[in-house]
Ligand binder design. Sequence first.
Ligand SMILES: O=C(O)CCC(=O)C(=O)O
Ligand SMILES: [Fe+2]
Length: 268
Amino acid sequence: MEYKLSKDQIAFYQANGYLVIQELISGEESKMLLKSIRRHANEDFAAIMNPDREDELARQAPFSSRESVLETAALLRAYMKDARIVSILETLQSREIVGLMSQMLFKEAGSKYANQAWNPHQDNTYPRNKNKQYITTNLFFSRADKKNGSLYTYPRSQNENLLPAKDMISYREAYGANPGNTVSVPKKYKKVDLTFKDGSLLILHGNVIHGSYPNQSKTRSRPLYSCSYMTKGEKFIPGANAKRMVIALHKSKKRRGHIEVCSPNACA
Ligand SMILES: O=C(O)CCC(=O)C(=O)O
Ligand SMILES: [Fe+2]
């Protein structure tokens, strides 16, 4: 089922470089997804890279049963390919897109990674697409605000090219060290704090500057599932941890063509 963006939503994204769609998925969907991926978290609730890939999830959660790994990877891959999300992104890019990677960030209340606050960064600093065709999504599996580690953006900063950045370890960094290849934000941009209801989607232009707060809540975790996409045919750096690769999001046209040409009897 596709999602139809309004003219105002498209205009907002084009002007500001981000868009929030509150409650895109239902509370039940969100609960089910969180329950599934949470089984694979280690005791520190460290991030899990590419949990939609069976081998990657199994490697990062060696204590998980094979059955549960297969189940979670399939579920999360289905959400990367979700027709609602893909249709939104293709409307915003005005082109066909492919998936590149995903990451689960728990910011579990009381865990060692609860304080993980991302420095201001541009997501495109990692794949480095010169045509600014990288786009990321963050799907919230609980409500999020400044207190429990939500994100902030600098509207309109997607108009910048990639800014000079200080490289930081951004995957399973030392406790207390903040990830995100840090940029110094040009003075003309003003920070906007974002709040989300459970099941909401944040779409970020790859060049828009954003970051996040530490989770200071004792009781409220801030789990989010992040997926990254690129306009089809565009170049990107795969990355040693992220292992970006082209993931097709649409059913193969060749197969659809095949079904069209066979006779009703042959297809039955
Ligand atoms: O999880 C967060 O707080 C921010 C994540 C983020 O910006 C990223 O993964 O690039
Ligand atoms: Fe980011």
